[in-house]
Design a protein around this ligand. Structure first.
Ligand code: ADP
Ligand code: MG
Length: 648
């Protein structure tokens, strides 16, 4: 019959720089189920190396090691992890408890990786702690426990998944003699219960409690003495029931386990976590609010365009907006407007006339630009009435001598607090009464004062009907197709002028230009946003790399108790994702706050933050977490357990 553990001519070499250290030089060993074995030897003789190989934390350089008759050679990292999880329980000289977890959570950890649910875990951890006399210390952190108590917690952890084979490397080495005796008693009791116990010690007094003492020196077995016969195969209560879950359920469970771990480790470094998040917060807040601003502006302009109506055309002299000769083209006249308004497919025509003239108020004369406009002009051009009113339909129809003046003109003509409303100014010997003031046209500068009159008043009283127009706004009848009407108008005017010396602009074109500009803007902003988020992501990656380095021993411990590579990977990946998602929530919150504070209905910065924008922000954050968390997480998952455990 084969033994429980069989080591056959095992060697283990370590490569340190140029030098090759031979820690084990060909060891043969058989350990049966139910034995209590002490491995003794001087420091540096290879005891820990042997223990690591026995516990499947490390693999021999040469020779064969069989657990229950099966060779471990060629097993993958995860298969070795499964062996550790299901059969071995480790007790370390320095306990290796996680400082951020309480006793119960430390004890329960191996069961997390065995896929046991949290209630069962908690119950069993409490039971084990009570059995080891720590019933009162279940919620204490390692820092609040004495060395002996910590070692008992670590024994409970070794038993969590069953721990058929207990491996204890200098379990009493860091303890005072009294605590050492307690620990030794517990190990002997476990042995009586049927556990196979293998302990390493350099203390012969401790070793004398064992049934069998194996002495090694310089990587070779020096002596192997059996003092008592082993308890033969005492039955062990079976607890383990792992890996019965499917792949998907397993994944789900791992995420569910990793999330609270991530939150806990974030909470342990609050300031650092917040600073890491800051890049993501700022990036996401900037993107969301700028996209919101773009959308708000776009919708406002589109609303203004649609107020104009789809069936409105504007006609201007020249060949396009950038035609410099347009000023000298005088063929567009009031008579054109009259002919057009007589067409049955046209609802109404509003000419736009423009002239430079002198105005007089009391004794002062100044030059000003006078535009004759229709009733919709201010609304359609997005000019806000500041005081008084704009022109009514009656003002236009009755050629009223009314004026709306620009704010700057108002402050020039009426300095101080004097209200311009109701005042009369002379425009080229025609008196007009001021009925309102209007906001400055954005982008316009210069010293000329800007004054608006009903176009009927300008053509009828100031300039005469033969004057050339700055433009025409044509409203097409409701039941007429805009394109057909446009073609008819172009035909008609071309015939009247003898050539097409004008161009037509409809609100569809305006909308298209608008959409195109907003697309370009969005693209531009998005690329800036992507850059800022990449910077944020690099920050996250940086901190995660630091975190992995800081927590190398934790990673080693988790691997020792049976965590798979994917478990470690997920833990760190989920931590990175959690940081990013939390950052994106804060960023979205910030943007929403800004939208509420500055982006209300009538504000200068309309902001519309859609649900889609929020959702995409969170998805982008998720992606950043995955991409930039991947490298640190992979580094963590590829650590060697023995190496990681011994890291300071
Ligand atoms: P013990 O536990 O008996 O004190 P170890 O098994 O820890 O001894 O070490 C045995 C020998 O192997 C020592 O000379 C030690 O320096 C060497 N050794 C152990 N681990 C490593 C390692 N990871 N890299 C290089 N040398 C090592
Ligand atoms: Mg050692």
């Amino acid at each position: 019959m084969s033994s429980l553990l069989e080591i056959e001519n095992v060697t283990r070499l370590f490569q340190t720089g140029e030098e090759t250290v031979s820690a084990l030089k060909g060891i043969d060993l058989r350990i049966d189920s139910g034995e209590l074995v002490a491995i003794v030897g001087a420091s540096g003789s290879g005891k820990s190396t042997l223990m690591n190989i026995l516990g499947c934390l490390d693999q021999p350089t040469a020779g064969d090691y069989r657990v229950g008759g099966h060779s471990v050679a060629g097993l993958s990292a995860d298969e070795l992890a499964a062996l550790r999880r299901e059969h071995f329980g480790f007790i370390f000289q320095r306990y290796h408890l996680l400082g951020t977890l309480n006793s119960a959570d430390n004890v329960a950890m191996p069961a997390v990786y065995a896929g046991i649910d949290s209630v069962t875990r908690r119950e069993r951890a409490n039971l084990l702690l009570e059995r080891l006399g720590l019933g009162e210390r279940i919620d204490h952190r390692p820092g609040q426990l004495s060395g002996g108590q910590q070692q008992r917690v670590s024994i409970a952890r070794a038993l969590m998944n069953g721990g058929r084979i207990i491996l204890a490397d200098e379990p009493t080495g860091a303890l005072d003699s009294k605590s050492g005796e307690t620990v030794l008693e517990i190990l002997k009791e476990l042995h009586r219960d049927g556990h196979t116990v293998i302990m390493v010690t350099h203390d012969m007094e401790v070793a004398s409690h064992a049934d069998r003492i194996i002495e090694i020196r310089d990587g070779l077995v020096l002596s192997d003495k059996r003092c008592r016969e082993p308890v033969v195969d005492a039955p062990l209560p079976s607890f383990l029931n792992s890996d019965s879950v499917g792949v998907l359920a397993g994944f789900h469970r791992r995420v569910a386990e990793a999330f609270p771990m991530a939150v806990r480790s974030m909470a342990a470094h609050r300031v650092r976590t917040f600073l890491t998040m800051l890049g993501i917060i700022i990036g996401i807040a900037a993107v969301v609010s700028v996209v919101g601003l773009g959308e708000g502006t776009r919708q406002r302009v589109l609303a203004e365009i649609s107020e104009l109506g789809a069936s409105t055309l504007s006609i201007f002299p020249g060949h396009g907006w950038d035609d410099e000769r347009a000023e000298s083209i005088t063929s567009l006249v009031v008579a054109d407007a009259e002919v057009l308004s007589a067409q049955n497919y046209i609802d109404s025509v509003t000419p736009l006339v423009s002239t430079s003239t002198r105005i007089r108020l009391g004794r002062t004369t100044m030059s000003a630009n006078v535009d004759g406009v229709g009733e919709d002009y201010f609304r359609v051009n997005g000019l806000r009435i500041v005081l008084g009113t704009g022109f009514s339909a009656d003002s236009i129809a009755e050629r009223r001598q009314e004026a709306v003046i620009e704010e700057r003109a108002a402050s020039t003509l009426f300095p101080g607090d004097e209200s311009p409303l109701g005042k009369v100014i002379m425009i080229d010997r025609v008196p007009v009464v001021i009925i309102g003031t209007v906001a400055q046209r954005s982008g316009m500068s210069g010293k000329t004062l800007q004054i608006y009159l009903p176009y009927t008043a300008v053509t009828g009283r100031l300039l005469g009907a033969a004057t050339s127009l700055a433009g025409l706004t044509v409203r097409i009848s409701d039941d007429v197709d805009t394109i057909v009407a446009e073609r008819a108008i172009v035909g008609l005017l071309t015939r009247r002028h003898g050539t097409q010396d004008f161009f037509v602009f409809n609100s569809d074109q305006l909308r298209r230009i608008m959409e195109k500009t907003s697309q370009t803007m969005t693209l531009l902003i998005s690329s800036v946003a992507v850059i800022s988020l990449i910077v944020g992501g690099i920050g996250v990656m940086n901190i995660m790399l630091v975190s992995v380095t800081e927590r190398t021993r934790e990673i080693g411990l988790r691997m020792a108790v049976g965590a798979r590579r994917i478990d470690i990977m997920l833990q760190f990946l989920i931590e990175a994702v959690t940081i990013c998602i939390a950052g994106s929530f804060l960023g979205v919150g910030l943007a929403l706050g800004a939208a509420i504070a500055f982006g209300g209905q009538g504000s200068q910065f309309p902001m519309i933050i859609s649900f889609d924008a929020i959702l995409s922000a969170c998805l982008v954050a998720l992606l950043i977490g995955l991409v930039f968390g991947f490298l640190p997480a992979r580094n963590a998952s590829r650590l060697d357990p023995v190496d990681a455990l011994s890291r300071e």
